[in-house]
Write a protein of this length. Structure first.
Length: 228
């Protein structure tokens, strides 16, 4: 194992294909109401919002519900707040990326301590964990720290639990994870699923296209074999 004892992950966008999950949730809900929405427009409108870290704390369930209502309004599908709850309720069905569970199993089998630092509520992360085939010894949520990344809460809380162990954080979002990790002196692996070019001057310590590349880099043939 390459000089790390603890590997933490962002969840949605890194372990979980949240864009696919969001698009499918909107497709199902809007189709039920006889409305067809363009998937690209859904994602663009959903993500065109002020970051949660810049607003007073709300639960992630509340944030998702308000976001769904806003998207519907802008795309010609006005819905009530009660109807907009479909998005948060769909989160448990958002799928892992194809290589997520294989990568997590390999790391578990190698004896790595795994963790998740996620901008969600405890119950929402618990629902997602049912589709993740690994043991996580460290879990930090927005609900626990009452703030959202890129604020410091997640990283400070995780550092207290990691202690003197060697720590690598892996995440897809440059804004939410890479930049603050670097600022806190935490080794960071950017999982660049989309082949993006960062606008920030900050640079990740490592960059990989997917979790398989990360795990292969962390592994050698003696310590993490391809054991399924």
């Amino acid at each position: 194992m390459r000089s790390f004892d603890v590997i933490t992950f962002d969840c949605y966008g890194t372990l979980i294909d949240w864009e696919a999950g969001i698009v499918e949730a909107f497709r199902k809900a809007s189709t039920t109401d006889g409305v067809r929405l363009d998937p690209a427009a859904v994602l663009q409108t959903l993500f065109d919002a002020r970051p949660a870290a810049e607003r007073p704390y709300q639960s992630y369930r509340e944030i998702l519900t308000a976001a769904a209502q806003r998207v519907g309004q802008r795309l010609g599908w006005p819905i009530s707040r009660e109807r907009a709850a479909f998005l948060a309720e769909s989160l448990a069905d958002w799928p892992p990326f194809p290589d997520t569970n294989h990568a997590l199993r390999r790391l578990n089998q190698a004896g790595c301590a795994l963790g998740i630092l996620s901008n969600v509520d405890d119950d929402l992360l618990a629902a997602t964990r049912r589709c993740l085939e690994a043991e996580f010894s460290l879990l930090v949520t927005a609900e626990q720290v009452r703030s959202y990344k890129p604020a410091s809460g997640h990283f400070n809380a995780a550092r207290e639990q990691v202690g003197a162990r060697r720590w690598l954080h892996a995440a897809q979002s440059y804004f939410h994870d890479v930049v603050p990790a670097v600022a806190h002196g935490i080794s960071i692996a950017w999982i660049n699923h989309k082949g993006e070019q960062p606008n920030e001057a900050t640079r990740a310590n490592y960059e990989f296209q997917n979790l398989t590349e990360l795990t292969d880099w962390l592994a050698d043939s003696r310590e993490i074999g391809d054991r399924g």
